[in-house]
Design a protein around this ligand. Structure first.
Ligand SMILES: *Cc1c(COP(=O)(O)O)cnc(C)c1O
Length: 433
């Protein structure tokens, strides 16, 4: 399978090139040259398949020509070592819990898959992984790569804008993980990473790759979730007229859901839930895309003012706004509503949402129509946002052991100004050769 750039000004790449390079030379994002489709009777068999079996089949559809099947099956099985249950919240609404991985947030699957795929491709020679994070990406990638020989991960994060628990998950690890605490916003971090890939000196001196959701190896495996979510609802006889609601920031997860539908998964329609950072919502309303500076919200992993994967969505729909609107509707959930939603949902159903899941649940509940079943992604464990969740509900949210363990480590971040020369100098001295 070949991968082409969404900007269409760079040559097509092999899977290995697309994964190692991350971003195409023309600053576009790689997309598979075609979206494989499953026949209807394969879809009918989904309820009998496990998460791992589903992941293996979906992965083989994309990567089967490029990686021996036994190796790919092993990579998927190692990646999906935890479940993603669809939990009933109330009549007609299910929560697809994507937070049972090592860092208790949904990016674990993409990060673990990518680390193993990169391990497969870079058996000869060291590679430096750059990742900008607004919170959860950094921890998922850092933990996905921790101790993987021949790799060094640099996590760039905005100072003071990630929660203490999030920070502890990537800034205390040591070994082959370096946390860079940037004096700026998430968008600044993302801009530094993008600039590094385009810098001829760095490209000449170092092998650099990206682990942001722009990497095909991170974004595509997220489609496993949707097949598995559908399979669970189909088992209950609840998969007809299924509405999938995705709390969205950089739009990687939504894009993976759209890819799953394009592969043949019967999803009736999608809802993209934004927080106050509503660039995508505005696009759905008006047809014009106007990037903005990111605003801080309670759902901070969705604080993205210029979502990278928008380019992939445009691409998937031939830049046709009407077609996009036919499949996806949008919603905006402000901080006040996040708090009342967490409280009301807890009081009425006993289900504890995190601020990101709260955006999804709210948008779904408000948007669901007669005869539809709703499935929203719960993207982080509520304990990762203890303070907000306790403020909303008055309930104690105990830290799971896995999270508490991170907090016992000491912070080892390196402070960095948000200017490219400073970042470049740092990398030239400290990156793996
Ligand atoms: C990354 C993240 C999101 C947003 O996902 P995108 O793929 O960037 O749209 C939502 N919730 C949580 C907890 C996240 O970590």
């Amino acid at each position: 399978m070949q991968y082409y750039s969404t900007e269409q000004k760079a040559p097509a790449a092999s899977l290995q090139q697309a994964v190692v390079q991350g971003l195409a030379e023309d600053r576009g994002l790689y997309m598979p040259e075609r979206i494989p489709t499953f026949p209807a009777d394969w879809i009918r068999r989904l309820p009998e398949m496990s998460f791992v079996e589903i992941g293996q089949e979906v992965a083989a559809a994309f990567f089967g020509e490029d990686i021996p099947r036994a190796e790919l099956d092993r990579i998927v099985a190692e990646t999906l070592s935890f479940d993603c249950p669809a939990v009933p919240v109330e009549e007609g609404i299910y929560s697809l819990e994507l937070f049972h991985g090592p860092t208790l947030a949904f990016k674990d699957v993409g990060a673990r898959f990518m680390a193993r795929l990169l391990g497969h491709f870079t058996q000869e020679g060291n590679v430096n992984v750059l990742v900008a994070t607004s919170g959860d990406t950094g921890s998922a990638v850092a933990n996905g790569f921790l101790g993987v020989p021949g790799t060094h991960v640099f996590v760039l994060y905005p100072r003071g804008r990630v929660s203490p628990v999030q920070e502890a998950q990537f800034a205390t690890l040591g070994q082959n993980i370096t946390a860079l605490e940037v004096d700026g916003s998430f968008d600044d971090c993302q801009a530094l990473v993008k600039a590094a890939f385009l810098d001829p000196d760095l490209r000449g001196a170092l092998r650099l790759t990206s682990a942001n959701s722009i990497n095909v190896a991170r974004f595509l495996p997220q489609s496993f979730y949707y097949f598995h979510g559908y399979a669970q609802l189909a088992r209950l006889g609840k998969a007809d007229r299924l509405v999938v609601c995705v709390p969205s920031g950089n739009l990687g997860n939504l894009c993976a859901a759209l890819v799953a539908a394009r592969m043949g998964l019967p999803v009736h329609r999608f809802i993209a839930a934004n927080n106050r950072n509503d660039v995508f919502f505005q696009y759905l309303q008006t047809g014009s895309y106007v990037p903005a500076l990111s605003l801080r919200t309670l759902a901070n992993a969705m604080d993205v003012g210029n979502p990278s994967n928008f380019a992939r969505i445009l691409n998937l729909y031939d830049h046709n706004w009407l077609k996009i609107r036919k499949d996806i509707s949008g919603a905006v959930v402000g901080d006040g509503t996040i708090l009342t939603t967490i409280r009301e949902c807890y009081e009425e159903t006993g289900y504890l949402l995190d601020p990101h899941g709260a955006c999804g649940y709210r948008a779904l509940k408000d948007g669901l129509r007669e005869g539809e079943t709703g499935l929203f992604c719960e993207t982080a464990h509520p304990a990762k946002f203890q303070e907000t969740v306790s403020r909303a509900t008055g309930a104690d949210v105990p830290l799971p052991d896995r999270l508490a363990a991170f907090l016992t480590g000491s912070k080892q971040s390196v402070p960095l100004s948000a200017t490219f020369p400073a970042f470049k100098t740092y990398l030239l001295s400290y990156a793996l050769r």
